[in-house]
Structures are given as structure tokens and as C-alpha cells.
Design a protein. Structure first.
Length: 237
């Protein structure tokens, strides 16, 4: 079993600006093993020491008909040239390519990108989302699926990321992403952890802070409900 150096390596791997070493690429090994029919599992260690097992990588390989309803619905909003942020083994790029879209997948996991290529993705680039620039060209849709909308992280990092995305997108571009509400839980272990974080003032993210124009939109699918929020133009005060 490979283990990343820290929780940050596994849950926020796309925020890293440097390259990922093979021994750090636990996620990449997991999905490559799955592709090669080798057994494996995903273990997540929280900063309080709690260890959890995920549902595994099967979902990343499911055909379109097996995707959650909100994920299938989100694909209807895609238009133009597409940047798939944190693509992983991502199922979205092959599906969009079949529909005729030009898709570039980025991830800082070398093995994840190799899985993408083996699944037929034509264009990949190993990089952090914080390294994107106009050298990649201009995009009409940014997809941040499977929870990757959480890469906005907090007000400061979210502002910087949206400003960077603004420089590589067309006038009417869209961000299409998925996230979840971790605080909606009846599990007393998780509830106690959230309360501890609040006491330590770690839950600081405030969505929608600042002034935004109507030049673009974020389309977020959460529990089947689509929410469109403008994001282009001035961000923050």
C-alpha cells in the first residue's frame, strides 16, 4: 500500500505546484491497479487520526448510464473547448470526446494521466490547476467534477484560482463542478470533528463573497439541484 506524505497530498493534491513523485502518487497507483484488474482500496486519514475507507475507484470507470443523475445533467451545460481540472481516471473526458468536444485533461498525478490516455483521452498535461496559463489556449468550459469544485478551498485561494481561470476562458465561459456538504451528517464521529474545526476556526470558506459580474457562470450540481452563480469580472472587494 502506498501512502501519501500527508492528508494534504491526497485531498488537495491539485493545489501542489511541484511535481508528484511516484511514492506520493497513491491515487494514481490505485486507479492504475484498477485498470489492470489488480485489487486495491483507498484509505483516507484525517488530520485527527481517523482512518476511513472510500467506495473505491469503480465510479471513475462507470459508463455514462451509471453516473449519478446530477452528473449526467451537468454534462448538458458543456459547450466549446473544455478543460477538465483534476481529471484523474476521469470518465467525463472520454464521454465528451465522443460527443465531439475538444477536451484537455490536467492533473499532477502522472499515473492518473496515463490512465486517461489508455482510456482514449487525446490531450493531457501534467500540472497543478494553479499553473494554468494562456499557453494552454482559451476554454469555453471548465469542469471540476467529483468534488473538485472544493479546490476553490477558501476565500483567498478561491479568488486567486478564479482570477487565473478568468485569464484562460472566453467571455461567456462556464465552470461546471460538483461538491458536497460534509456537515450534513448524523455520524457522531464526523459531527464532533466538525465542531472541533469550528472551535479552531478552520471552517472559514464563505461562498459568494464580493462583487461579481454577469460574464460567466459556475454551475454546481448538488443533490440534483443546479445552482448557477456568476463568476467573471471583479472578484472580492
Amino acid at each position: 500500500m502506498l501512502k501519501s506524505d500527508s492528508l494534504r497530498d491526497t485531498t488537495s493534491r491539485l493545489l501542489l505546484d511541484d511535481g508528484m513523485r511516484d511514492e506520493q502518487d497513491a491515487y494514481g497507483h490505485e486507479i492504475m491497479n484498477f485498470l489492470n484488474y489488480k485489487p486495491g482500496f483507498e484509505e483516507i486519514e484525517r488530520d485527527d487520526g481517523t482512518v476511513l475507507l472510500s467506495g473505491g475507484p469503480q465510479m471513475y470507470f462507470d459508463p455514462f448510464r451509471c453516473w449519478p443523475v446530477q452528473t449526467r445533467q451537468a454534462m448538458r451545460f458543456v459547450r466549446g473547448r473544455v478543460l477538465d481540472v483534476g481529471s484523474g481516471a476521469r470518465r467525463h473526458a472520454p464521454h465528451l470526446q465522443e460527443r465531439g468536444y475538444d477536451v484537455l485533461c490536467i492533473d499532477n498525478s502522472p499515473l492518473a494521466l496515463e490512465v486517461c490516455r489508455r482510456r482514449g483521452v487525446r490531450e493531457t498535461r501534467e500540472m497543478s490547476v494553479y499553473q494554468v496559463s494562456r499557453t494552454l489556449g482559451i476554454f469555453d468550459t471548465i469542469i471540476m467534477m467529483d468534488g473538485n469544485l472544493a479546490l476553490l478551498a477558501d476565500v483567498d485561494r478561491g479568488k486567486r484560482l478564479l482570477e487565473r481561470i478568468d485569464r484562460i476562458t472566453s467571455h461567456r465561459a462556464r465552470i461546471i463542478g460538483e461538491t458536497c456538504e460534509p456537515h450534513q451528517t448524523d455520524d457522531p464521529i464526523h459531527a464532533a470533528y466538525h465542531e472541533s474545526n469550528r472551535q479552531r476556526a478552520k471552517s472559514r470558506f464563505v461562498w459568494g463573497t464580493g462583487s461579481m459580474s454577469e460574464r460567466g457562470s459556475i454551475i454546481c450540481s448538488h443533490l440534483g439541484t443546479s445552482v448557477a452563480t456568476s463568476w467573471k469580472g471583479p472578484i472580492g472587494r
